[in-house]
Design a protein around this ligand. Sequence first.
Ligand code: AMP
Length: 446
Amino acid sequence: MTNLATAPALEGFASLNLITPICKAVQEEQYVNPTPIQLKAIPYLLRGRDMLACAQTGTGKTAAFALPILQRLSKSERGPRSKGIRALVLTPTRELAVQISENFEIYGRHLRLRHLVVYGGVSLGNQVRLIKRGVDILVATPGRLLDLIRQGHLRLNEVELFVLDEADRMMDMGFLPDVRTIEAKLHPERQSMLFSATLPAEIEKLSKQFLKDPVKVVVDPPSSTVEKIDQRLLYVDRENKSALLETVLQDESIERALVFTRTKHGANKIAKNLSKSRIRAEAFHGNKSQAARTLALEKFRSGKARVLVATDVASRGLDVDGITHVINYELPNEAANYVHRIGRTARAGATGVAISFCDAGERFFLRNIQREIQKDLDVIGGHPFPAKIAPVKSGKKRGGGAEKKNGAPQRAKRNNKPAKSTGWKPGKYSAKKKPGFKGRPSKSRD
Ligand code: AMP
């Protein structure tokens, strides 16, 4: 098949020798250039090499494995046999599984390949019926996949391509034994890819077991994305947080806000309170049924809900376009989760604002967060619920002002408008700061 070597807008992707239907789909998605992980990974993967890739969500890693998989599958005439799978993508959460599957749908829209996503918490019947016909690409969470195998509904011995996505998170969630069981059922002559945001020793060990002579590819975390986010801090007493949230949300420039709480109960309570105050809000956490989670996300995506109140289950992987603000109602107790949370805004070239509430009991978490991101958050004073909390100063500013290499993808038209969102104009409780917030945080908070 031909590639689009002559299409100037696709120079970047065409140089990767991707076939026309894939280039066309990518172009329709407004992607102009491949991201660093795509540039590094795709040529090797098209040649059939195994790969150990260290890349985070937000770097464009899904396309990095999805495009070569689509291309390799489309080159072979042979479709899947009944109950057979040609490419398997294992991923830790239902939301990630759905997102990856949506990406296959988008990138593969001009190809005739069958893909399916399976995860727990929904009935097996429909999934079983679709698998019976055979599936080119199956995206699955480990538990549901094992259920399907044990009940004899699918076979993995024909898998030609295998992706283990978010391997470090699989490990954190205790899925590695399941993953090992699944891997043992795969055909030994397959191409395998292991993607992980970090490479702890356990993952390196796993990669030796799963991969044959792998190419190792490492890209910078999209820290530049984090640098694009205006990160603001409001000191507030715990009992005033709810009222402060409502006040902040009066600001109409907050078009779509993701609010994080530490507990599921807290998420429910806040969503309920906001709804009572006529702010359209939905709760999203692991105690909700899959159907309720999907519905909440759908309302948030479509704009029916302006606010999604979530626990950290939404802090990684969630890819909703146009989240203008992330609000940390409570600070996460793990600093890394702060970075994951705020990375839900400023996706795909857009900019965004992160607003964190900090009460006296959270000063320790704040210190750790500022150390992690190596800078102090910009303290916003002048809001109606000021608290007398000694400011936490702990981060180092990144020196030099040199541009960090940008690992984050940029879209052509959508999502990279000059950021309306950067200009969160905090109304009457505004800090006396210019947009951009390059300076040091102010000492006084009021
Ligand atoms: P991922 O890291 O796979 O979760 O991708 C993060 C976001 O970047 C998703 O919204 C993708 O649609 C988008 N994306 C992936 N590759 C590109 C690209 N080459 N150009 C622009 N956006 C991209």
